[in-house]
Design a protein around this ligand. Structure first.
Ligand code: GRF
Length: 223
């Protein structure tokens, strides 16, 4: 996605008063964040705007992109800090920007239980496999090496366990005989960008129940 093709998001006061504030946490490239910003600018996510983009890495490409889009940004160093100490700094920044929904977009750090409890069912993560298969790092490579014929991506609520909370959206991607890890990763990434927009809309619409682990929609209305 080309950064400068994303229009600046409309000022919140110029849009609906019920816009929800998204807080984006990232550590790297930030293509999922860009996809979310693009969906907001193009009206595919009509009920939200991005209130703050936070990185724990100063060199994160996503932070640069956010600055170009004139979004509020913060670099909050994690190096050398205990997990909860760092998380308290992040949560303070999220609160300062009145964030309603936290979106992890390539945020390479586990959240402390304390952080998770601050935003119950209000933290989303995207993972590049069909969970519960291949949690953890390098999920695309894990799937490729295992030899699965279908893989994909998952957007889920974050709970206290790694890549574990209730699943909101999954998208499948076939593994082709001609694939290498890179080609497969890029096709999964295309689906990630679609899946995150879909999941944010579902959560913001709020028409769902959690039955055990299951995220179940109350209506068939679909954006
Ligand atoms: C994505 O593959 C995402 O699923 C994983 O980290 C990667 C981040 O990519 N959690 P990007 O920074 O959004 O481009």
């Amino acid at each position: 996605m080309v950064n400068n093709q994303i229009e600046a998001q409309a000022a919140p006061e110029a849009r609906s008063l019920i816009l929800k504030n998204l807080g984006i946490l990232l550590s790297g490239r930030g293509s999922n964040f860009e996809a979310i910003a693009h969906s907001i600018a193009s009206g595919k996510i009509p009920d939200a705007h991005i209130a703050i983009v936070i990185s724990n890495k100063p060199e994160a490409g996503g932070l640069e992109t956010a600055k170009k889009l004139n979004l509020p940004t913060a670099f909050i160093a994690s190096k050398g800090k205990g997990r909860e100490i760092h998380d308290r700094e992040i949560v303070a920044a999220l609160r300062e920007h009145q964030v309603d929904l936290v979106c992890l977009a390539g945020y390479m750090r586990l959240l402390s239980p304390w952080f998770v409890q601050q935003f119950p069912k209000r933290i989303l993560n995207i993972h590049p496999s069909l969970l519960p298969a291949f949690p953890g790092l390098e999920a695309q490579q894990q799937a490729f090496a295992y030899g699965v014929k279908v893989t994909g991506c998952t957007v889920h609520f974050v709970d206290e366990e790694l890549d574990h909370g209730s699943i909101i959206v999954q998208k499948t991607v076939p593994v082709l005989d001609s694939d290498d890890e890179h080609a497969l990763t890029m096709r999964i990434l295309e689906q990630e960008h679609l899946a995150y927009t879909e999941a944010i809309n579902l959560v913001l619409e709020g028409s769902y129940d959690i039955a055990g682990r299951r995220f179940v929609r109350k209506t068939s209305v679909h954006r």
